[in-house]
Design a protein around this ligand. Structure first.
Ligand code: HEM
Length: 124
């Protein structure tokens, strides 16, 4: 399950940047932008599902940090979605992008700090 989580989040990060940059405000957007966004939303669901399963499997250990990881993951996905939508509507996605990068780094760091998974194993 953790491999699914990692594969999905790497895919989401790549798809996020491609989708974001396919929007050229105010001149319109690439015809691939909407389909890419839809695939990205599907990948969010895979991250949520795999994260929830991991949470249910291991979350009883360090409840506070797992709870925070859950919330940070949700906020990060929320910020990805909001940045794309703002960029499409008003061209002001960059502001949210800064918050997104910060949350992304903290979420990944906490994921690595928590004990399971291949990335955690690299640091032991
Ligand atoms: C874009 C959002 C997310 C990112 C970037 C992210 C990132 C990560 C990373 C890097 C790991 C560590 C994998 C490893 O050590 O090999 C991880 C593990 C984990 N993630 Fe996420 N995650 C996100 C969303 C979520 C969500 C929404 C949830 C909960 C529903 C969640 C729950 C977990 C859990 C429970 C673990 C296992 C931690 C452990 O025991 O080591 N994640 N995540």
């Amino acid at each position: 399950m953790i491999h699914l989580h990692l594969t999905a989040l790497v895919l989401a990060i790549i798809l996020f940047f491609i989708t974001y940059n396919s929007i050229d405000y105010p001149d319109g957007e690439s015809k691939y932008s909407k389909p890419l966004h839809m695939v990205l939303r599907l990948v969010y669901l895979i991250i949520l599902f795999s994260g929830l399963m991991l949470f249910l499997d291991f979350g009883s250990g360090n409840q506070m940090l797992y709870g925070i990881k859950f919330l940070l993951g949700l906020v990060t996905i929320g910020l990805m979605e909001m940045a794309i939508i703002k960029q499409r509507k008003k061209g002001t996605g960059r502001n949210l992008m800064i918050g997104l990068i910060v949350f992304l780094i903290i979420t990944i760091a906490l994921g690595i700090y928590l004990p399971m998974g291949p990335l955690s194993a690299m640091f032991q």
